[in-house]
Design a protein around this ligand. Structure first.
Ligand code: T46
Length: 137
């Protein structure tokens, strides 16, 4: 379920690192929206939802963030703490983000514009979408 992307990076001990990502080379979809979540007190858990159609890439640009993923069948956990690594969160995956360190900065690259009707914010509703085969290809 976890799909990790390692972004191209120019590393330098002398002047620091530079990470870059290019649409259709490193990312399969055009980014229509970027947002970031920050100033989150240590230990706070956000998310608790799934998306019906939206695909996103999550990157911890600073600090450590624990991501819990649940596709209704299996659960997986990933720790994000490297700015040169992202994970793809596909539609139909219930996810939470737990901010482990102070000053953690979560950056999200989204394939579409904000649309509250794309959110499933009730876990029981998520399971019923699963049962109806909503995400089966
Ligand atoms: C997600 C995880 C990783 C907007 O008005 N525009 C936006 O682009 C976004 C992302 C949110 N909002 C509003 C909706 C809520 O009233 O901002 C408020 C906080 O959103 P939410 O509670 O959904 O935030 P998180 O951190 O739980 O979830 C966010 C994204 O909303 C979500 O799509 O997958 O980050």
């Amino acid at each position: 379920m976890i799909k990790t992307i390692k972004f191209k990076t120019i590393y330098s001990d002398e002047v620091g690192n530079l990470t870059f990502l290019e649409i259709f080379k490193d990312i399969a979809f055009p980014i229509k929206r970027m947002y970031y979540v920050y100033n989150v007190p240590k230990g706070v858990r956000r998310g608790n939802h799934a998306h019906k159609e939206l695909t996103q890439i999550l990157i911890a640009l600073n600090g450590t963030i624990r991501i819990n993923l649940d596709n209704g069948v299996e659960k997986e956990l990933v720790i994000l703490s490297d700015p040169d690594v992202g994970i793809i969160v596909e539609p139909g995956v219930w996810h939470t983000m737990e901010f482990i360190t102070d000053q953690a900065l979560l950056c999200v690259l989204a394939a579409d514009y904000y649309d509250e009707s794309d959110y499933i914010r009730s876990y029981n509703e998520f399971l019923s979408y699963m049962d109806k085969g909503y995400w089966k290809k």
